[in-house]
Design a protein around this ligand. Structure first.
Ligand SMILES: [Zn+2]
Length: 255
C-alpha cells in the first residue's frame, strides 16, 4: 500500500529513515462566509486540494509530505464578527519559523506555505524566515489565484462567492445551507479610487463593506462548476508540487 501523504496519518516506523524533499503547510482561516458557508470553508478547501494534489504528485514519483494544517488566519478587519478567530502576522511568522526549523533539521529541503485565505500574506514572512535558512527553500502560493475564474464562473467575487460556494457544494454539500438562505454578497467599494486598484491598498472594515460578510454573488453556484474547477486546480497544483520537489535548490534558475 502506498504511504499516505499526510504526516498525521504516518508512523515513526516508516518515517525514521525517510527523507522528504518538499513539505507543504496548508493554512486557512476561521471566519464567517456569507450566511450559507461554514466558518471553516478556507480550511476545508485548502486541505482537500492539498491532499488530492499531493497524492497525484507522489503517485508520479514526487517526494511530498503534507503537514497538519493551521486553521487560523489574519482577520484583523473582521474581529467585530462573532467567533472569527484572528491570528496576527507576527504570530504566523513565529509559527512558520518553528515549523521550518523542525523540518530542516531533519533534512527536508523545501517548505511550501499553501495559503487558502485572502487575509494571509506570507510573502514578507517567507523573505524574513527564509533569510535564516540559506541552504533550504521556503516559498508560498495562493491556490485560489492560480486559475482564471472567468473560465469557470459567471460572477466574480472574493469571499463566499460563486467560486467558493460551488467548490463547497461539490466537496462538502452537507455543510452548505440552501442558497435561498444566502445573502447576495453585495459589497461597497472604497470612495478613494486608487484603493480599488491593485497598486494601492488599505484594509477593509468588513462589516462596513458587506451586510452578509460575503463579497460576490453566490446564487449561480453549482456542484458541477465546483467539480470542474476542483479537478483543474488539483491538476495545476500537483504539477507545481512535482516541479518544486524535483528542482534542486542549487539549480533553481535557467535562461
Ligand atoms: Zn474563504
Amino acid at each position: 500500500m502506498p504511504l499516505s501523504t499526510q504526516l498525521e496519518e504516518l508512523h515513526y516506523k516508516n518515517l525514521k529513515n525517510h527523507q522528504y524533499e518538499l513539505a507543504i503547510l496548508p493554512w486557512g482561516a476561521t471566519e464567517a462566509h456569507n450566511f450559507h458557508l461554514p466558518y471553516g470553508t478556507d480550511n476545508f478547501q485548502a486541505n482537500v486540494i492539498v491532499k488530492q494534489s499531493a497524492q497525484i504528485a507522489n503517485d508520479k514519483g514526487a517526494s511530498v509530505l503534507v503537514l497538519p494544517p493551521i486553521p487560523y488566519g489574519v482577520n484583523t478587519g473582521q474581529t467585530d464578527i462573532p467567533y472569527v478567530i484572528n491570528m496576527m502576522p507576527s504570530t504566523q511568522a513565529a509559527i512558520i519559523k518553528d515549523v521550518a526549523q523542525s523540518l530542516f533539521k531533519h533534512g527536508v529541503k523545501k517548505l511550501l506555505l499553501f495559503n487558502g485565505h485572502g487575509g494571509n500574506d506570507f510573502k514578507s514572512i517567507t523573505r524574513e524566515v527564509g533569510h535564516s535558512f540559506p541552504d533550504q527553500l521556503i516559498c508560498t502560493c495562493n491556490w485560489f489565484e492560480a486559475l482564471n475564474h472567468k473560465n469557470y464562473f459567471d460572477h466574480a467575487g472574493q469571499h463566499a462567492d460563486e467560486m467558493e460556494t460551488s467548490l463547497m457544494m461539490y466537496l462538502y454539500p452537507e455543510l452548505v445551507l440552501p442558497l435561498s438562505e444566502a445573502g447576495n454578497g453585495q459589497h461597497k467599494k472604497f470612495r478613494v479610487h486608487a484603493l480599488n486598484e491593485s497598486w494601492a491598498w488599505a484594509e477593509r472594515e468588513w462589516t462596513k463593506v458587506s451586510n452578509d460578510t460575503g463579497i460576490g454573488n453566490p446564487h449561480y453556484a453549482s456542484a458541477e462548476k465546483g467539480e470542474k474547477y476542483f479537478n483543474d486546480v488539483c491538476q495545476l497544483m500537483s504539477n507545481f508540487f512535482i516541479e518544486l520537489a524535483n528542482t534542486a535548490k542549487d539549480d533553481f534558475y535557467k535562461y
